[in-house]
Design a protein around this ligand. Sequence first.
Ligand SMILES: [Mg+2]
Length: 173
Amino acid sequence: MFKSFIPFAHAQSIYEIEVDFFLKNGVKTLFIDLDNTLDSYRATEPQERTIVLIKKLRDVGINPVIISNNKARRVCIYADKLGVEYLASARKPFSKKIKAEIARRGLTNNEVMLVGDQMMTDVLASHGAKIRVVLTEKVVKEDQWTTHINRLMDRPIRRYHRKKGNLVDWRNK
Ligand SMILES: [Mg+2]
């Protein structure tokens, strides 16, 4: 059961990953978690670094899509300002909506990758949908209260896999 928590790769933050990594791994569409992956859950407006990241991805032909468990009314404000498509109320760790999103876009699983900061949602949902996932650390300290319980489980699992050498840096993939 612990195996289902091993990500394809690990990054300190989405902002350190070079687009070459995604290209090299055949990614055409990148699913990106919002809260604590791109920004704080309080952020209503993208920062410059996020705008730059989205532009870099598009410049090499990768389509970014925000995949968030948060409600549409939170996600849409941020995503619209960023000019990025989104799926809100994604219900991660369940993979049904992610699978549907892949099918709807006519993509194969190996053309898709997800980047997210949580073991309990992003990693599990990606495995369920049979897509690769890059696990990141939190981009800010604070979490929405709904995330606190996930963190309690996330922390020891993350520690375990780090010790085992299962969190492989994206530069080595
Ligand atoms: Mg998150």
